[in-house]
Design a protein around this ligand. Structure first.
Ligand SMILES: Cc1ncc(C[n+]2csc(CCOP(=O)(O)OP(=O)(O)O)c2C)c(N)n1
Ligand SMILES: [Mg+2]
Length: 888
């Protein structure tokens, strides 16, 4: 068969293709067009009627045939012994912890994945070196005990650590349950345990590595690979598979995914009635990935070689995962009867095997030779990302204690009999008299195992995982650089416009311009960031292969190989992943990057809250800009878009500083300080800033307010002199305009002097107040400390009111420390499509409602008569019986 035909038909269907071809040729040669047409019609009909494989799957076989399997480069015997020790220690860690506590832990995940990890550790995963950041490995969260077990054998952890697995607060410290860089900052690099997040992050990590290269920010001797180990159950998470096409579009041959297909998740089978491996293969092949299936171990090679009829494959394809799970749990006699026994020829094929041997027929993911072949092919593959689908047994080696059982995932305890069996199976040198205590086992320093283990890691460049932060200080702009913001502007602007201006000038600052990574999910035009398209370009690994429709215009859609902006398209999860990998570049690459991720605030923590949480865990640094914020400031868009709670949600992340600036100068002060804290002082924190789209004049910065802006509250405009009654209104974001207008009305019509304060961050005020309160509680006889907010307000008279375009809980955070309490107005409830004026009246955050609230707060303290409040309600045209936006 010639090459063309081979390409069309594939080599395996070559014979069929050849005969078809010759029949056709004969018919044409004999000039029988009618018969030819009829023949073709007949064939087409038969093809249509023939059962076809669903999706682009290949037979249920190993992708790499045994003839193409490379020789195994390591000493399989020693490696097996080392792996058995890993298995033992990982299991012992969990069993020990659960013998005296109920802290939990997982045995079965690592038990099924041990070979997948060990082959990678011994032969593939490269550690960090000069001009090489190391391979970036996303370890499956529930396999953490195995990774700790390895670190223990490597001498990086000692017995005390293992003893305190999941008991981090025990004396001397312990090990975190899962990969958490926040808790073990020198060990773990990437959090993975919230399923789906590791996979999506790994894709964006691989893409970001290319971005850094394209922009000339790194200078590697060799390109790092990103490895992600995940569970088959995990692949159900939308985040896990939702971004796989990115890797194909971007030709990310620097990523390898290893999906441990143990056919089980927590409760039961992943696809009891189907085959997860085939389903995933179809998806990945369809998306354009290089797929390598590792289904059967070496033991099966001989059976396949002897099976001339193709029945063995047929039988394998007939069985569903639920059957395969059963074959692990039942004895070999069951498999003989129900699997092989279906066809007499197959029964014959295993006549020479005992039941025990049948039971031991290995799955590919437990066979180091098959796994090595897959990893080698994956590492050498060019032009496409690779996924390895490895078939394993959940809880492998646990026997009665849980191997392949539905309860396997939850198994945390083992009795003495089960421990003995485990020891026997893996030949662990632990004697009967101590086995009940499940002691940890580390081979002697001069043992072959120990030497081999260390040599392999040395050859591959050092231990993994390891998080190493090299302090790199950036030359961040000084406050003079932001002078234009302190001057204010007569022309009206929004804080979003102020941010765009700020970004534009930062992109020209020679100390940090190249470190900035602007990130947007298809909303650049909404925020006015399209102005940057032409200047800095949108990153595309392919450059721009077309002439953009707007190429004649000044701000054309400019894609470039060294583009700086990441325009992610409509994927907040993807854009947030980009933010995270850029925000951790200081640690992963030793190249601090400054991501500014700007998006519709409603689609932030509400949409991708788990990634926000992870950003804290992973010690991200950068700026998140929740734009078009404010339940009433973003008008017209209605219930799904108008956001009045992201600020609160963002504040729940312990390392996140949420700010709600009202003016351009506040924004500049906050960003300048953020740059200093994160990129000069090295603090591992990130910022969330609410940005709004309402235009108003941006005032000049009053003197001496920087400290207050950063701490969260400062007096922006004092009330009128010479009034008898005093009040204070805290406003934030554009809603400070309600406070300022209320200030005028209160002075002009009701004889009240109200100071207007800008509350830039209630969370920060609260954290500081709690810190002092707690110190006072624990040091009761020492002079009490006073928080910033208490000191600031100590001498202020009258009533205090806060008005916000967020839910009332945002200002309520500081109520306990405001003299006499705080009356708050906010936007609790669902948004509506309407004008700003009507929305603000509806939510009671307009100037009139603020006046009423202030007078009410004053009357509650006996500082004005209730009749005055009633008068104001009438004067200002507020309906006292209008509906309450808050629902339950
Ligand atoms: C987002 C999320 N949902 C639920 C869980 C709880 N959970 C932990 S492990 C697990 C099953 C994992 O199955 P699989 O991905 O197949 O991993 P295996 O342990 O089988 O390797 C579940 C549901 C989680 N960790 N994260
Ligand atoms: Mg699984």
């Amino acid at each position: 068969m010639n090459a063309d035909k081979k390409e069309i038909y594939g080599s395996s269907s070559g014979a069929v293709a050849e005969s078809l071809q010759s029949v056709l040729e004969l018919a044409l040669k004999n000039q029988e067009p009618e018969r030819t047409a009829k023949l073709l019609e007949l064939l087409a009909g038969q093809l249509r009627a023939a059962p076809r494989r669903a999706g682009p799957t290949t037979p249920y076989l190993n992708t790499i045939p045994v003839e193409q399997q490379p020789a195994y480069p390591g000493d399989r015997d020693i490696e097996r012994r080392i792996k058995s020790l890993m298995r033992w220690n990982a299991m012992a860690m969990v069993v020990k912890a659960n013998s005296t506590t109920n802290v939990g832990g997982h045995i079965s995940t690592y038990a099924s994945a041990a070979t997948l990890y060990e082959v990678a550790f011994n032969h593939f995963l490269r550690g960090q070196a000069d001009h090489f950041p190391g391979d970036m490995v996303y370890f499956q969260g529930h396999a953490a005990p195995g990774i700790y077990a390895r670190a223990f054998l490597e001498g990086r952890l000692d017995e005390r650590h293992l003893q305190n697995f999941r008991q981090e607060l025990a004396e001397g410290g312990g090990l975190s349950s899962y990969p958490h860089p926040y808790l073990m900052p020198e060990f773990w690099q990437f959090p993975t345990v919230s399923m789906g997040l590791g996979p999506i992050l790994s894709l964006y990590q691989a893409r970001f590595n290319r971005y850094l290269q394209a922009r000339g920010l790194v200078n590697w001797k060799q390109e790092p690979k990103v490895w992600a180990f995940l569970g088959d159950g995990e692949s159900d998470e939308p985040e896990a598979l939702g971004a796989i096409t990115l890797a194909v579009r971007e030709n990310l041959d620097n990523i390898i995914w290893v999906i441990n297909c143990n056919l089980q998740r927590l409760d039961g089978p992943v696809r009891g009635n189907g085959k997860i491996i085939q389903e995933l293969e179809g998806l990945f092949r369809g998306a354009g990935w290089n797929v390598i299936k590792v289904i059967w171990g070496t033991d099966w090679d001989a059976l396949f070689a002897r099976d001339k009829s193709g029945l063995l494959l047929k039988r394998m394809e007939e069985c569903v995962d639920g059957d395969y799970q059963k074959y692990c749990v039942e004895p070999g006699s069951y498999t003989r009867k129900h699997f092989f026994g279906k066809y007499p020829e197959l029964l014959e094929l295993v006549n020479h095997l005992t039941d025990a041997q049948i039971h031991k027929l290995l799955r590919g993911g437990h066979d180091a030779r098959k796994v090595y072949a897959a990893y080698k092919a994956a590492s050498e593959h060019k032009g496409q990302p690779t996924v390895i689908l490895a078939k394993t047994v959940k809880g492998y080696g646990l026997g009665e204690a849980g191997e392949g059982k539905n309860i396997s995932h939850q198994q945390k305890k083992m009795n003495e009999k089960e421990l003995r069996e485990f020891r026997e199976h893996f030949k662990i040198p632990i004697s009967d008299d101590v086995i009940a205590e499940t002691p940890f086992y580390r081979p002697a320093p001069d043992s072959v195992e120990n030497k081999y283990l260390l040599e392999r890691r040395q050859a591959l460049g050092g231990f993994l995982p390891a998080r190493k932060v090299r302090p790199v200080v950036l030359d961040v702009p000084k406050s003079e650089f932001f002078a234009e913001f302190s001057k204010g502007s007569v022309t009206e602007a929004s804080t979003t416009m102020a941010f765009v201006r700020l970004m534009t000038i930062l992109l020209r600052h020679k100390g940090i311009s190249k470190n900035i990574v602007p990130i947007i999910p298809d909303e650049a035009r909404t925020f006015g960031l399209d102005a940057l398209f032409k200047d800095i370009g949108i990153y595309s690994s392919k450059g721009q292969l077309y002439d953009p429709v707007d190429s004649e215009s000044l701000l054309y859609y400019h894609e470039a190989k060294d583009g700086q902006m990441l325009e992610e398209g409509i994927t907040e999860a993807g854009a947030m992943s980009s933010f995270i990998v850029a925000a951790t570049s200081y640690a992963t690459h030793g190249v601090p990057m400054i991501p500014f991720y700007i998006y519709y605030s409603m689609f932030g923590p509400q949409r991708v809250g788990d990634l926000f949480w992870l950003a804290g865990d992973i010690r991200a640094k950068g700026f998140l800009l929740g734009a078009t914020s404010g339940r009433t400031t973003l008008n017209g868009e209605g219930l799904q878009h108008q956001d009045g709670h992201s600020l609160l949600l963002a504040g729940t992340v312990p390392t996140c500083l949420p700010y709600d600036p009202a003016f351009g100068f506040e924004l500049a002060v906050i960003v300048a300080d953020g740059l200093r804290r994160m990129y000069v002082e090295g603090e591992e924190i990130f910022y969330y800033l609410s940005l709004y789209n309402e235009n108003y004049s941006m005032p000049p910065m009053p003197p001496g307010v920087e400290d207050g802006i950063l701490k969260g509250l400062y007096k922006f405009k004092a009330g009128a002199e010479g009034k008898k009654v005093k009040a204070h209104i805290f406003g934030s974001g554009p809603i400070i305009q309600s406070a300022l207008k209320a200030q005028e009305i209160l002075a002009e019509r009701y004889g009240v002097s109200a100071d207007v304060w800008s509350a830039t961050s209630y969370k920060l005020l609260r954290t500081d107040a709690i810190r002092c309160q707690r110190w006072n509680m624990l040091h009761p006889t020492q002079p009490a400390k006073k928080s910033y907010v208490e000191n600031l307000l100590a001498k202020e008279q009258g009533a205090f009111v806060a008005v916000s375009d967020n839910v009332r809980t945002v200002p309520d955070q500081i109520a306990p420390w405001v003299p006499g309490g705080l009356f708050t107005l906010g936007t609790d409830g669902f948004g509506r499509s309407d004008t700003r004026a009507r929305l603000r009246r509806f939510f009671e955050v307009d100037a009139e409602s603020t006046v009423i609230a202030t007078l009410y707060a004053l009357s509650a303290r006996g500082l004005v008569e209730p009749q005055l409040v009633e008068k104001a309600i009438k004067d200002l045209g507020v309906n006292p019986d209008k509906i309450q936006p808050q629902i339950v």
